[in-house]
Ligand binder design. Structure first.
Ligand code: XMP
Length: 316
């Protein structure tokens, strides 16, 4: 039978052997995958630098939360604030694949800029990431979208043998089991997944600071209600995404003409398929009230009732 302890030992031995005395750079996002990866490398005792690139596409207060979590686990991380570079690069770009490509490539650039002498790059790529964007896909149509860790620049590095992906055979639940055996706290391991390109994939059309701020505020309200009510741990993933379509409403005595926000909560086994969650109306009502009363720029709240397939979990 599969034993996580044996598998962990195998992974640690493999990492020590592959890395040797080289320096390995590891990007951390705060998510389960990259956290388990960083703790695994730390546990292996290799020469590792964990770098948190703040691409400015994070949720409300997320940077502080990530630094706090790593502090709790005793794993040192460095922060690179690249928000301005990302927002500048994304200015005026609306095409989803183009946005992903820009973010993915800039991510690697920022890394390499901040660690010129790094000999290896470690990534928390999981099995579903590998198959969803497999370059040997039978047809172009089956290449669903480019995951940010599979862009051209990475393929180049991979060809040079400079990319380490120790989690590439695992599904999410197996990564969590591995994390538990590494002593990572439960709340960190059960944080909802968050996509590498961040809020950009929840912001159709152009990514601007104004739009991001609206998404952050709505998302924080929604997640707050989910946590308060105990629903957070019962869903795979939940978020607020912007619907950049203006519709007419009334706020106070004034006519309003503002965007809509869409709430999405799904359950899933491995992110390959997903079902929307029948959240209580009372939870949706409270969330909606708080958003409509508290977030400037939004006059309509929608709940997304789409399964994957055909919809994906994210909007882009
Ligand atoms: P989709 O939208 O493809 O999402 O149904 C499936 C799962 O993957 C996450 N996701 C990503 N994760 N880099 C990541 O690390 C990405 O580029 C990316 N795109 C989507 C998404 O949040 C969901 O959990």
């Amino acid at each position: 039978p599969f034993r996580i302890e044996d598998f962990k030992k195998e992974l640690l031995d493999g990492i020590r052997e592959t890395v040797g005395t080289k320096q390995v750079v590891c990007g951390v996002s705060g998510g389960v995958d990259s956290t388990v990866l960083a703790v695994l490398l730390h546990e292996a005792g290799v020469n590792m630098r964990a770098i948190f690139v703040d691409h400015g596409l994070m949720r409300k207060d997320e940077g502080d939360e990530v630094r706090n979590n790593f502090h709790r686990m005793g794993v040192p991380i460095e922060t690179v604030d690249a928000s301005e570079r990302f927002l500048t690069a994304l200015a005026g770009v609306t095409e989803p694949e183009k946005k992903r490509e820009i973010i993915g490539n800039l991510f690697i650039d920022v890394f390499w800029d901040s660690v010129g002498n790094a000999e290896l790059l470690a990534q928390g790529t999981l099995y579903p990431d590998v198959i969803e964007s497999a370059s040997n896909a039978k047809s172009k149509a089956s290449k669903i979208k480019t995951h940010h860790n599979r862009v051209d620049r990475i393929l180049e590095l991979q060809a040079q043998g400079k990319v380490l992906e120790p989690l590439a055979e695992l599904f999410k639940d197996e990564v969590r089991a591995l994390g538990t055996s590494l002593g990572i706290p439960h709340d960190i391991l059960h944080r909802h997944p968050f996509p590498g390109p961040g809020l950009a994939v929840r912001c159709p059309g152009e990514v601007t600071e104004e739009r991001l701020e609206i998404i952050r505020n709505c998302d924080a309200i929604f997640i707050g209600h989910l946590k308060e009510s105990g629903w957070y741990d019962r869903v795979w993933q939940a978020y607020a995404g912007l619907v950049p379509v203006k519709t007419v409403g009334v706020k106070g005595d004034e006519r309003s003409y503002e965007w809509a926000i869409s709430l999405r909560a799904v359950i899933s086994e491995d992110a390959m398929t997903a079902d929307w969650v029948e959240l209580p109306y009372s939870l949706l009502r409270e969330t909606s009230n708080d958003i409509l009363n508290g977030v400037k720029g939004i006059n309509r709240v929608l709940y997304d009732v789409s399964t994957k397939p055909p919809a994906s979990i994210e909007w882009e």
